[in-house]
Design a protein around this ligand. Structure first.
Ligand code: HEC
Length: 120
């Protein structure tokens, strides 16, 4: 536990120096989002291929909350930043029970999400 905590603190300390990094974002995505999301397949949450640029609630056969489905948002760096920091304040009534509290981690994950084209 102490080692895990030390590792997390070390990881959190890096991005402030280095700036957003999609490679680090990919690892964070596995660790933080992988329990519910995958790139190519829907799980508890919708698939993320082609996310940036698409409408919120845009995966055809995923069963979204009505709140997300009707939000009329489009995913870009700004909306993703607000969503990951606090989904409920961005879209009240949404169903993602997770926040990414660390701003540097959010920047890395968003940099990674931007690499996921729809055709992958
Ligand atoms: C506990 C499960 C869970 C975790 C962990 C989780 N999500 Fe989600 N996510 C969901 C669910 C469920 C939805 C659908 C919410 C709705 O319908 O209101 C969702 C929706 C989303 C959406 C909207 C997608 C769309 O098609 O409009 C994005 C973006 C997203 N998640 C990103 C992430 C990222 C990035 C992480 C990791 C930092 C993450 N999520 C972690 C469950 C989770």
């Amino acid at each position: 536990m102490a080692a895990l905590l030390a590792g997390l603190l070390a990881a959190a300390a890096l991005p402030a120096v280095a700036g957003p990094d999609a490679v680090r974002g990919a690892k964070l995505y596995e660790a933080r989002c992988g329990g519910c999301h995958a790139v190519e397949t829907d799980r508890i949450g919708p698939r993320h291929a082609g996310l940036v640029g698409r409408r919120a609630g845009g995966v055809m056969d995923f069963d979204y909350s009505p709140a997300l489905k009707t939000s009329a948002l489009r995913w870009n760096a700004q909306t993703l930043e607000r969503w990951l920091a606090d989904p409920e304040s961005l879209i009240p009534g949404q169903r993602m029970g997770y926040r990414l509290g660390d701003a540097a981690e959010r920047a890395d994950v968003i940099a990674y999400l931007a690499t996921l084209s729809a055709s992958r």
